[in-house]
Design a protein around this ligand. Sequence first.
Ligand code: HEC
Length: 120
Amino acid sequence: MKKSTGMLVTATAATFALAGFSAGALAQSFEAAKDLVEQNNCKQCHGIKKDKDGPSFLKTAERLRGKAGAEAEIVTHLTSGKKIKLADGTTEDHKIIKTMPPKDMAQIKNVAQYILSIQP
Ligand code: HEC
């Protein structure tokens, strides 16, 4: 009995490995994205589900999920510093996300994928 449970776990892990992820690595990478979002104070202007000065991440996910170029569109938003308008009518450059090391595309894409993964 013990042995067959072990085999089942191994088979499941193998399935995830074939999909290119381990379940643990996927969860961990979204944890890293959440940390970056916290460190960059993104939530000052974006609720996960609530609009603030910027749209909620859920709204962005629902607008872009499944669309070609979704990840690239978010990455551009996080790296180009385009002009944004705040609720009080002032304009400023959108925050350029800080990573360690700087401009680490893998981490920035991971944040984009995390935003796209947000569910209601
Ligand atoms: C000072 C407030 C502010 C901060 C801080 C901020 N944003 Fe924004 N963000 C905005 C506003 C306002 C918009 C809408 C701009 C527009 O549509 O022209 C926006 C747009 C976006 C968009 C595009 C949304 C869409 O649906 O088109 C994404 C993605 C985004 N922000 C992510 C982030 C992330 C991640 C961070 C942290 C690195 C961050 N923002 C920090 C205000 C902010």
